[in-house]
Write a protein that binds this ligand. Structure first.
Ligand code: CU
Length: 177
């Protein structure tokens, strides 16, 4: 004769419900995007905590997010699409459709895109009011590469800083808000 254990005490049900809005997704209890819920804890725009119930799993009211910008470089121009992105992680997918190598330099500045201080044919990225945020040192002709960087709100200018290229028009403004 077997001894039977009490039943009903060993059954625990943990239910996590996460709802993600604005670019979020829910996959098997884990939401990625604006809101993330993993094992009853959600991090992101808003958190849902609780072993067993997740409340407030709504969130992601577009506070911060990830966005991407298609960039094209050629002799001698840079285009960005879109030219306006929300603050957060921005991924630039950079294609050099020109015949020469180019740089892709992201600069935070309130100066006009064509008004950056230059010295010997290159923009002085150490000048007052000019802050180099990130860069791809070289994008070979025909190459596509990407750069992900955190951008706070403000005005930016993307340039190629090979000698003479900026002066010939390789710059484009970007607004982050
Ligand atoms: Cu260039």
């Amino acid at each position: 004769m077997r001894t039977s254990r009490a039943t009903g005490t060993l059954l625990a049900t943990v239910l996590v419900v996460a709802t993600a809005c604005g670019g979020g997704g829910t996959t098997g209890g884990t939401a990625t995007g604006g809101t993330a819920a993993t094992g009853g804890t959600a991090t992101g725009g808003t958190a849902a905590t609780g072993g067993g119930t997740a409340t407030g799993g709504t969130a992601g009211t577009g506070a911060t997010g990830a966005s991407s910008v298609a960039a094209d470089e050629t002799e001698y121009a840079i285009t960005l699409d879109p030219g306006d992105v929300p603050a957060g992680t921005v991924t630039f997918d950079v294609t050099n459709s020109g015949a020469r190598s180019h740089q892709f330099v992201v600069i935070r500045t309130d100066l006009g895109a064509g008004d950056l201080p230059t010295s010997d044919g290159v923009v002085d990225t150490t000048a007052d009011g000019v802050e180099k945020v990130d860069e791809i040192d070289q994008v070979a002709a025909g190459e596509t590469t990407s750069l992900s960087t955190e951008l706070a709100g403000g005005a930016y200018v993307v340039i190629c800083n090979l000698p003479g290229h900026y002066a010939q028009g390789m710059y484009q403004g970007l607004t982050v808000e």
